[in-house]
Design a protein around this ligand. Structure first.
Ligand SMILES: Cc1ncc(COP(=O)(O)O)c(C=O)c1O
Length: 386
């Protein structure tokens, strides 16, 4: 394993800060390293592995589609793409009528920002402090953390950041009537698993409508059952103008999407596009993943198991814990100290978890994880904390 990691570290760009573990196989909520060591995976490819690793239905759909047709540009129609779009419209929040298909979360955000400018004819954007929307130049422009942004400035101009969960600040930011779009997460993931308040999110939607501003909800991390509903918007009855999706949409195959509200109408040809967006391979994988999510009622499972998991975590008696919070199976344990050293100790005990900011341990397990596996996660955490 050491040799394998050395090779990868030598030849990769360096942008990824590597852990010295080489993962080579997965099944359900578990992964195995090159030496055959087993882990319960609460990283899930940063929230991607919603339907579990090596999901047989997704694997079968990918293999069958690869044998049939891998390439079909957006300028032609395709059977699986038409079927996926129909399925997306069926499960989408009320009012959604169209979708743009792309390949990642950042691409979905880029498309949403461009659509906001295109439709409103305005330039300004408003985003939230602690928000994260991706690392391409547009998405980075609405991402809060200075460490990610500063080497790349100037980014797109006329972006303001407002405190999250603060209605008055948002009202003030929109008052000039010149904002193209407000972009928010329903639960801020990278920012520390900060749960948006329903009253706040509904007020944002109302203020956007009043000011002719598009309400862009970024559900790249919260979508497809993660928070206990198919889309986190549904917890609060939100009807965003644009809904950004990616991560688990295609069971692990790269894909992103922007769902577009009916009231925005059809987009003009050639103003945006993507070579690989909506490839038959990704569409076939997404259809299989969405059908699995529905059949196994994974949103409900996330709601039940998330509540169970958080209750158990809250039962850990440790002076290091400041707060346990989350929604569904998107869970953060905020510590009074740095999270990093505990992530290594958890990995030594066969549990993979990630951080969200400096002090939060974040759990984004596949939604197929069992109660017993969650019990093991809780036991390991209580062992490593003081
Ligand atoms: C809320 C949110 N938006 C956008 C992104 C960017 O997605 P990607 O890494 O697929 O570009 C992420 C990634 O973690 C995310 O959590």
């Amino acid at each position: 394993m050491k040799e394998l990691c050395q090779k990868e570290i030598a030849y990769e760009s360096g942008f990824n800060q590597k852990r010295p573990i080489a993962l080579v196989r997965g099944k359900g909520a578990r992964v195995w390293d090159a030496q055959g060591r087993e882990y319960i995976d609460c990283i899930g490819g940063h929230g991607v592995a919603i339907v579990g690793h090596a999901n047989p239905q997704v694997a079968e759909a990918v293999a069958a589609q690869a044998r049939k047709l891998l390439v079909c540009p957006g300028s032609f129609c395709n059977d699986v793409r038409a079927e996926l779009l129909t399925e997306l419209m069926r499960i989408a929040p009320a009012g959604i009528a169209r979708a743009f298909l792309c390949n990642s979360g950042a691409e979905a955000v880029e498309a949403a920002l461009k659509i906001a400018r295109l439709v409103t004819g305005r330039k300004r954007l408003v985003a939230a402090m602690r928000g994260f929307h991706g690392r391409t130049l547009g998405a980075l422009s609405v991402t809060w953390r200075r460490e990610y942004r500063e080497a790349f400035e100037p980014l797109i101009p006329e972006v303001s950041f407002v405190p999250y969960n603060d209605i008055a600040a948002l009202e003030e930011a929109l008052s000039g009537g010149d904002v193209a779009g407000v972009i928010l997460e329903v639960v801020q993931g990278e920012g520390g698993v900060i749960v948006g308040e329903g009253e706040y999110l509904r007020a944002v939607q109302g203020l956007c409508r009043k000011n002719g501003t598009l309400f862009i909800v970024d559900e790249v991390q919260t979508g497809f059952g993660r928070t206990g509903r198919m889309f986190a918007c549904e917890h609060h009855g939100l009807e965003p103008d644009l809904l950004c999706l990616a991560k688990g949409i295609a069971g692990g195959v790269p894909m992103g999407a922007v769902l577009i509200h009916e009231r925005l109408g059809k987009m003009p040809p050639r103003k945006h596009g993507s070579t690989f967006g909506g490839s038959p391979l990704a569409c076939a994988a997404a259809l299989a993943a969405i059908r699995f999510i529905l059949k196994e009622r994974l949103p409900q499972r996330a709601a039940e198991l998330g509540a169970y998991f958080m209750e158990k975590l809250r039962g850990i008696d440790s002076p290091a814990i400041r707060e346990v919070r989350g929604l569904g199976l998107m869970v953060g344990v905020e510590l009074k100290e740095r999270a990093g050293p505990y992530l290594s100790e958890l990995a030594e005990r066969g549990i993979l978890a990630l951080s969200a900011g400096a002090t939060v341990i974040r759990f984004l397990p596949p939604l197929v994880i069992s109660r017993e596996e969650l019990d093991q996660v809780v036991a390991a955490l209580s062992e490593v904390l003081p």
